[in-house]
Each structure stands twice: as structure tokens, then as C-alpha cells.
Design a protein around this ligand. Sequence first.
Ligand code: GLN
Length: 194
Amino acid sequence: MNSLSNPVGILAVQGDFEMHGGMLDRIGAPWKLVKHPQDLGEVSALIMPGGETTTMLKFFHAEGLGPAVKQFAAEGKPIFGTCAGAILLAKEVLNPPQDRLGLLDITIERNAYGRQVDSSVRRGDCRELSDRPVEMVFIRAPIIRRVGEGVRVLGRCDGLPVLVEQGNILAATFHPELTEDETIHRFFYKKMSH
Ligand code: GLN
């Protein structure tokens, strides 16, 4: 059981971390920005936002964040990666291959929707989480090309897995913080109390 006394951490090295804070405010979840490895000691869960993984990786290397996040995950604390965050969590990255944490047994292809549909708003199904279709914002989004045996697909859009879970790790290829729909953040916040 994870302690709920500490806030949700939002990784704030680059990307749209502020919008996650707005969503957590809406569901009444306390949060705190995480910039350095030592900040992880003050949070019970971690959100890794969207942005640009190549830039984020530079901060990871400079700050020694990789080993710190892996240790955080090994302690069973929940981590939620959205878009770039999902790419960083993956076991294998394509287009091109790059460094990653390898905490989630998926193969993910960066910028996989192509130029024509660079960004789009779609509707997907997250049946275990909501009876209604969930609005999903994709921005230069990756596609999950392989899902490992221990990974549960919780959300699909256009026949593709877009929300997946493996133990304490949750990842979305879309941006749930950019809609009015609180479903995904509520689900993650609940994970903290299990
Ligand atoms: N295209 C970005 C990357 O590959 C991810 C895009 C996003 O997070 N919205 O790093």
C-alpha cells in the first residue's frame, strides 16, 4: 500500500507538465513538480508528461533521473507516462531507436501517425474505466506496435492500443490532460491507494 500522504509528482524538465497540474486540481489531488532525483522522495506517484523525448533525455542524463525513476518504480510507486512519457517508459523505441527506461514491456514507434495527421482529436474506448467514449488528443503521437504478455490494454482508438498498464506503470499515447475528461487522471489517482 502506498502512502497517500505525499502528493502526486509531475516531472517538470520539459513539456506540458502545467496542464497535468490543472487536471489534478480539478480532481482534488495534491501535486508537486519534480525536477531533480531528490524530489522523488517527496511524492507518492509520478506523472511523466508529453513533450519531446530527445530533449527530456538530455535532462535525464544530466540530472541522473533515469536510475532515480527506475528505483521509484521498483518501490512499486505508480508512474503514468503520457505521449513522450510513454516513449520514455517503453522497453523498445523505434523511429529511431533511443535510450529509454524499459519499465513497460511495449515496443513504441515515435511520430507514427505521419505528417497528414500530425495532431488530431479522436474518440476512443476505455471500457474498464468509463461507459462513455473518451476524447483523446494526439500530438505527434507514437503508436504502440507490440504489447508484452504482462501488459493490459485499457484503451483503444481506431483499433490501436492507446492506454496500457503493467503493474504500477500506466501509459497513454494521447494527452488526457488537454481535455475536460477526468477519467484517466481519476483512474491513476485511484491506483495510488491500491
Ligand atoms: N513526438 C514526441 C517524441 O517523440 C512526442 C510527442 C508528444 O509528447 N506530444 O518525443
